[in-house]
Design a protein around this ligand. Structure first.
Ligand code: RFL
Ligand code: PHB
Length: 390
């Protein structure tokens, strides 16, 4: 088989890139090692920046998001028994975010791919990119006991942190930067109305808590936990008790509890691989970088990578210029490092670190006090949270 672009990974970055290419008349094939159902069973991000919303519209996949997503003009920072609202809309001159689950977005993109006849091969085993340093790359994979080969012009590695694309690059050609945080997030989904109409990020002596949502009837809550915490030790009752303890009383009293239907623990890390282009292989999204979820940036960074790569490929095929492809890595990384910094900063400010010195604790308190009393500091937070332009 031959195509123009082989996309490894059918998560949000692979699907979004695939749709933009398909709509522009550029042939592509998506390969994923797991089934569609498995991908749609993963509960992940929930907050979309305006630029991500715009890109989904560009891919004609935004209809349901506009109908069912929840535009948010602000969120709360809770600490010291009080609550401070960050007025995103007012501080940024009219920008907001969209609360819409990654699962829904992925499902919309999959449906659009089907409608437009895009080729996706699921449960493709042993996917391997070959010869991307030369002029004639190809990808092999196994399906139903047979090895297949797809020849192509370019390979987009959209296969997440544990994917094969980054690992295929020779060690000497890639450099990575990593920070592991000494805690994780225990998250649940429950069919109960959210405690507040906007998100609450809470800093508490017992640890961080986040009140988020998927709709006006479905809540997504997280609490900071130790890395060795076992999910079996967390009954729903224990989770609800712990969540309420970490919120100011007036919020805690209004939490509606109910049975959870999803519960998982995610470790927190920052990771960046440089560069993101190896001649005809590009790394996109989580394949190249991971941020802790505190700043809600992971999925949004995947979208900006897709934007830069799509522009580069479009220029290559339509204008016969490789300038965009050559600039892909540096353009993407300039934005990535700012989001990595913001996510690290939000994480550091909102969590309790084991073995924190009294000094560090005082600095954290001063930071929150400054942030909530200075318009300049609140504006910097709001500007980053709604997303830097791309
Ligand atoms: P994805 O979504 O990981 O998709 C990668 C796809 O590649 C496939 N794959 C392979 N296919 C073929 N061959 C191989 N060898 C392959 N290896 C992997 C996988 O099956 C998968 O379908 O990456 P993508 O598209 O770059 O999207 C990035 C986002 O998913 C990610 O940034 C966010 O979900 C990060 N993230 C969160 N971001 C937020 O903004 N807010 C959150 O609350 C939030 N929670 C999370 C998260 C990521 C998590 N991970 C990665 C475990 C919670 C979790 C648990
Ligand atoms: C979520 O709804 O899953 C969510 C929202 C905001 C974050 C992280 C996760 O910062």
């Amino acid at each position: 088989m031959r195509t123009q672009v082989v996309i490894i990974g059918s998560g949000p970055s692979g699907l979004l890139l695939g749709q933009l290419l398909t709509d522009a008349g550029i042939d592509n094939v998506i390969l994923d090692r797991v089934s569609k159902e498995y991908i749609l069973g993963r509960v992940r991000a929930g907050v979309l920046e305006e630029s991500t919303v715009r890109l989904l519209d560009e891919a004609n996949a935004g209809k349901r998001m506009h109908a069912e997503g929840l535009p948010h003009d602000g969120f709360s920072l809770a600490f010291d028994g009080r609550d401070h609202r960050i007025d995103l809309f007012g501080l940024t001159g009219g920008k907001r975010v969209m609360v819409y689950g990654q699962t829904e977005l992925t499902s919309d993109l999959m449906q659009r791919r089907e409608e437009t006849g895009g080729v996706s091969i699921h449960e493709a085993g042993n996917v391997v990119p070959h010869d991307f340093d030369g002029a004639a790359p190809y990808v092999t994979y196994e399906k139903d006991g047979i090895t297949h080969r797809i020849d192509c012009d370019f390979i987009a590695g959209c296969d997440g942190f544990h994917g094969v694309s980054r690992k295929s690059v020779p060690d000497g050609a890639i450099r990575s930067y990593e920070k592991i945080y000494p805690f994780g997030w225990l998250g649940i989904l429950a069919e109960v109305p959210p405690v507040n109409h906007e998100l609450i990020y809470a800093n508490h002596a017992r640890g961080f808590a986040l009140c988020s949502m998927r709709s006006t009837t479905r809540s997504r809550y997280y609490i900071q936990c130790a890395l060795d915490e076992k999910i079996e030790d967390w009954s729903d009752d224990r989770f609800w008790d712990e969540l309420r303890r970490r919120l100011p009383d007036f919020h805690a009293e209004r939490v509606t509890t109910g049975p959870s239907f999803e519960k998982s623990i995610a470790p927190l890390r920052s990771f960046v691989a440089e560069p993101m282009r190896f001649n005809r292989l590009f790394l996109v999204g989580d394949a190249a970088h991971i941020v802790p979820p505190t700043g809600a940036k992971g999925l949004n960074l995947a979208a900006s990578d897709v934007h830069y790569l799509f522009q580069g490929l479009l220029e290559h095929y339509k204008e016969k210029s490789d300038a965009g492809i050559e600039a892909y890595s540096s353009r993407a990384l300039a934005r990535i490092w700012k989001a990595v910094r913001f996510s690290w900063w939000m994480t550091t400010m909102m969590h309790r670190f084991p073995d924190t010195l009294d000094f560090d604790q005082k600095i954290q308190e001063a930071e929150l006090d400054y942030l909530t009393h200075s318009r300049a500091a609140s504006t910097a937070l709001a500007e980053n949270y709604v997303g830097l332009p791309f």
